[in-house]
Design a protein around this ligand. Structure first.
Ligand code: NDP
Ligand code: OXD
Length: 309
């Protein structure tokens, strides 16, 4: 039983040693240097399978994403009968929640402005708002959005959320769909994007959306770079519609050295590190799913193809 690992060779080596202990009979091979007989590959796991590879795997039974998102996998290349399975891991969700707390507090307490003032050696305090007066909204109320809201709750920010289908979260004003989008946005002094990247959400953080936010709102994007129209963010910062942003994801990644996002003093950038799957936990989650699959039980995190997330 062969699992072909695609991505970081160090993780591939760890999985090669660890996974056979978790699923007896499983052998882990590394793409492309140690791929062996592609005809024997039953599982693929990692980040982005190279174009054309999956068509060369006649025995393929499942494709596992090492991340919570699956947008890096071209679904058109995955045979219809082969499930695509995303990573469900509470530790990953908690890591993103920790990052978003950092970002929300940094923007709430005007850190980008103070960093710029420090560079000018300028002692320039600004008025501090209490958390109860800073409204925070989360786009995407999935496993990660909910973990983020739970971590933000003790700070006292009024919390709101927006998802595709209606939902209820205690202590959070929940909105759903296009019909309730404007009402949600109008109450977000800090907006956090934790959506999956799909045809519906690509470019959602654009001038139209920013126009619906309160004047001077702040943005955190920890979803995907493809959610953000970068030129619209720069224009919104220039006009004062937005006052600051923290971005963990960009398009492309890495962000090219000449990109104007790098040097805008109102923007804090991190290199897609909000939540990275711990290699051992990732192996355990995928091994557990393979064990379920072999036993004829449903796997956890299978992505409905028509939904795309
Ligand atoms: P889930 O699939 O659990 O949740 C997705 C949420 O987004 C759901 O609430 C869903 O609504 C909502 N949603 C999807 N499409 C739309 C839409 N068109 N309009 C409104 N709401 C929509 O995903 P996770 O919470 O596990 O992860 C979310 C994303 O976070 C990942 O896809 C990835 O892009 C990003 N991520 C980033 C990381 C980083 O390091 N920066 C790390 C991990 C994840 P509904 O509830 O109705 O289905
Ligand atoms: C993920 C990510 O999707 O790390 O898990 O971005």
């Amino acid at each position: 039983m062969i699992l072909l690992h695609i991505g970081d060779p160090a993780r591939g080596r760890l999985w090669r040693d660890l996974m056979p202990r978790l699923v007896p009979g499983l052998t882990v091979r590394q793409w492309p240097d140690d791929a062996g007989d592609l005809g024997a590959v039953r599982f693929v796991a990692g980040w982005a399978p190279p174009a054309g590879l999956l068509a060369r795997l006649p025995a393929l039974e499942a494709v596992f994403s090492v991340g919570a998102g699956i947008d890096h996998i071209d679904l058109a290349e995955v045979p219809a009968n082969v499930p695509v399975v995303r990573m469900i891991d509470t530790e990953l969700a908690e890591a993103v929640a920790e990052y978003v707390c950092l970002a929300v507090l940094a923007l709430h307490r005007d850190l980008p402005g103070y960093a710029a003032a420090q560079a000018r050696r300028d002692w320039a305090p600004v008025h501090r708002l209490t958390t109860t007066k800073r409204r925070v909204g989360v786009m995407g109320l999935g496993q990660i959005g909910r973990a983020v809201l739970a971590r933000l709750a003790p700070f006292g920010f009024p919390l709101a959320g927006w998802s595709r289908s209606p939902t209820k979260i205690p202590g959070v004003t929940c909105h759903a769909g296009d019909a309730e989008r404007a009402e949600f946005l109008a109450a977000c002094d800090i907006l956090i994007c934790l959506l999956p990247l799909t045809d519906e959400t690509r470019g959602i953080l654009d001038a139209r959306l920013f126009a619906g936010l309160p004047q001077g709102a702040r943005l955190v994007n920890a979803g995907r770079g493809g959610h953000l129209v970068q030129a619209d963010l720069l224009a919104a910062l220039e006009s004062g519609r937005l006052s600051a942003a923290m971005l963990d994801v960009t398009d492309p990644e890495p962000l090219p050295p000449g990109d104007p996002l790098w040097t805008d003093p109102r923007i804090l950038i991190t290199p897609h590190v909000a939540g990275t799957t711990d290699p051992e936990r990732g192996a355990e989650a995928i091994a557990a799913n393979i064990a379920r699959h072999i036993a004829g039980q449903p796997m956890e995190g299978v992505v409905p193809r028509d939904r795309g997330y």
